[in-house]
Every structure is written in structure tokens, then in C-alpha cells.
Design a protein around this ligand. Structure first.
Ligand code: SF4
Length: 357
């Protein structure tokens, strides 16, 4: 279609969003933060997070200088925490290796952690009006419908076909507006369910619309049942209403976030309690309160969490005073549930803490 970009830009001039927080004072840093937050997350969810983040880390230097816990705290609730850890690493790389200035080259930009081809292109296009093509979820949806592209975009042949198409469509002029426009169209008109075809600039060109098969595009990922896993979380409370928290290892699920002690089963939890808290022979699990199970779905498995509240006896009931045995370290602490927590929390942990409060 020859006039794809003209039609899209004409629509954008009239209907595009031009007042989002990251559309002001545009620079690569602000665009980058918005692009990362918007991955897998809707605009209305992102806006308050973005504003808080920018208030605390207004530029790349302030982000690079921040502690990882402070960055993760700003991400608490947004999910996909690897995004935040990668941003923090990338900020340090930009400051250390690129003198604090984002690279202007597509390949170099992709050397930064968490920045793939489409995100790099979006940053260069929106902040520098470079002629670059993007291919995020919104764009995939629009083009797969307009051009009826068969096949799931996770297949390498389909992805290749999509990339070559978006590269052909990209205009020589007004690239920043074009990039914004195609994302907007996917987010506001050509939506996942109930697209508003009557308001779409491509209504007369869109093959899926013309053939009344929109619901078949984009092709869905072939279904595979997610593996199930189980975990026990111990909510250990002392008589001052402080709970015991541990920091997760930096890699793996909820990397570097704070969680309750977590185990694969109750026997392991029991052993740890004996070992760590030096409890008398009869552990506390028998007297503990099992809470309602929580289910948390990750992209690659479903986790059933069994929370168990353990109310610790006064230290005189224990073989060793607690405060001698369970010291606060970089990776563990007692948190008073009525105060503000200063690190990032995994979302089920946040849910459980809210219930405790
Ligand atoms: S006509 Fe409908 S399905 Fe086709 S691109 Fe427009 S909104 Fe999407």
C-alpha cells in the first residue's frame, strides 16, 4: 500500500495522543523509560509510575547513581522486574561507557541491557526523528490485520516478514510522528478486542476487515499448558508485628525483590525453621495458620503459593534469643508492617502484606 504512512499521519494529526507525560521535554532518556514501562503494560497503568520515577530519577545520571532497591521500589506492582534491573544496568553502562549520552546508532543502542531492536528504533525515532521502523505488539496487530499476515509472530519466518514490511512502510519524513502514530492506532483503534474499524484510516484497505476475519489476526501463539509449581511462603511474625523478609538472589524470578522465606514444600520449611530459628523440638508449623492459597501466573509457569503465618513465641521460649540468631543482614530484615518498605516487593508478597495490615 503506497499511501500507508500518509493516511496514518493524517489520522494522527487529528486523533493521535499528544499529551502523554513522555511526550513533553522529549529526550532519549525519557523516551527510553516510557518505552520500557509500556512493554506489556497499558498507558493508564504506566502514567503514575512514570511520573514518580521521573520525579526521583530525572536523568540518566540520577538513575545510574541510585541503589537497586530504590529503583525496584519504584517498579513495585508493574511486574516483569527484569525490566527495572536491566534499566539500572543500562543507565550505568551509558554513564560509564558512553559519557552519559545515549548512543545514536541502532546497533550500539541494542548493546544496552533490555533494549531490543524495536525499543532501540522507537527511542531513536521518537527522540531524534531518525528513520527507523518499530515492531512492538501494537504494530504487529495492525499490520497483521491490514495485510492479513498469517502465522504467529513468535515464528522466525513470520517475524522476518513483518520486519521487512514495516521497513518498507516507514516514511522519509516525520518519522517520530509516524512511530507515535502507529503505536497509537494499535492502542486506541485497532485494539485487541472490539477494534473500532469505523474510526480507522485503513478501513477501506484492511484485508482482515474486508474479509470479515479480524478475530483470526494476529495469529495466536499455539497453546501449551503452563507447568504448575508449588511454593510455601512463611510469614514469620514476632510479637511486635514485625515480619521476617529475605532478599531474592539477583537472577531468577523476582530477582533482588524482597519476599517472605520461600520453600518448595512444608517439610523444607519446617527444617529451615528448626535450623534458622533454633526452635524447640516441636516446630511451629503444626500450630501455624495456613492462609488461603494464591495463584501467580508467570509467562512460563503457574505458581500456587501456600502462605503460612507463624507467630513466634517470645524469645524466652526459644533455645536461643532470636535477635542473636537471626541478624539483620544485606539480604534479610525484620520489617514492621506499619512502616513504609524501602525496597521492591514481589506482587504476591505485597498482596499478603496488605492482608496482614
Ligand atoms: S480496519 Fe479494523 S482491523 Fe483493520 S486496521 Fe483498522 S481497526 Fe484494525
Amino acid at each position: 500500500m503506497k499511501d500507508f504512512s500518509e493516511k496514518l499521519l493524517a489520522w494522527y494529526d487529528q486523533h493521535g495522543r499528544k499529551d502523554l507525560p513522555w511526550q513533553h521535554a522529549i529526550n532519549p532518556y525519557r523516551v527510553w523509560v516510557s518505552e520500557i514501562m509500556l512493554q506489556q503494560t497499558q498507558v493508564k497503568t504506566v502514567i503514575p509510575y512514570y511520573q514518580k520515577f521521573m520525579a526521583s530519577f530525572p536523568d540518566i545520571q540520577s538513575l545510574a547513581n541510585a541503589k537497586q532497591d530504590a529503583v525496584l521500589k519504584h517498579w513495585s506492582g508493574l511486574g516483569y522486574y527484569a525490566r527495572a534491573r536491566n534499566m539500572h544496568k543500562a543507565a550505568r553502562m551509558v554513564c560509564d561507557d558512553f559519557a552519559g549520552i545515549f548512543p545514536k546508532d541502532l546497533e550500539q543502542m541494542q548493546l544496552l541491557p533490555g533494549i531490543g531492536r524495536s525499543t532501540a528504533a522507537a527511542i531513536l525515532s521518537i527522540s531524534g526523528n531518525q528513520k527507523q521502523a518499530i515492531l512492538d505488539g501494537n504494530v504487529k496487530r495492525v499490520i497483521s490485520r491490514v495485510f492479513m499476515i498469517e502465522g504467529w509472530s513468535g515464528r522466525s519466518e513470520t517475524l522476518k516478514e513483518m520486519w521487512s514490511l514495516v521497513e518498507e512502510l516507514v516514511p522519509d519524513q516525520r518519522n517520530a510522528d509516524y512511530t507515535q502514530a502507529i503505536m497509537d492506532l494499535g492502542a486506541t483503534v485497532c485494539t485487541r478486542s472490539k477494534p473500532q474499524c469505523e474510526n480507522c484510516p485503513f478501513q477501506s484497505d484492511c484485508l482482515a476487515y474486508q474479509q470479515n476475519v479480524i478475530e483470526h489476526f494476529p495469529a495466536k501463539k499455539p497453546k501449551k499448558k503452563l507447568p504448575e509449581r508449588y511454593a510455601v511462603m512463611l510469614i514469620i511474625q514476632d510479637h511486635h508485628k514485625a515480619v521476617f523478609m529475605q532478599k531474592r538472589p539477583p537472577v531468577g524470578i523476582w530477582g533482588s525483590l524482597w519476599c517472605f522465606p520461600q520453600f518448595d514444600d512444608e517439610m523444607l520449611a519446617q527444617e529451615w525453621l528448626r535450623e534458622y530459628f533454633l526452635l524447640k523440638a516441636k516446630g511451629l508449623l503444626e500450630k501455624s495458620k495456613k492462609q488461603e492459597q494464591l495463584i501467580h501466573t508467570f509467562s512460563h509457569f503457574r505458581l500456587t503459593i501456600q502462605p503460612i503465618i507463624i507467630n513466634l513465641p517470645l524469645s524466652s521460649d526459644l533455645k536461643t534469643p532470636l535477635n542473636k540468631r537471626v541478624m539483620e543482614t544485606d539480604d534479610s530484615l525484620w520489617y514492621n508492617i506499619n512502616s513504609e518498605f524501602s525496597g521492591g516487593l514481589a506482587s504476591p508478597v505485597q498482596t499478603l502484606l496488605n492482608k496482614l495490615k
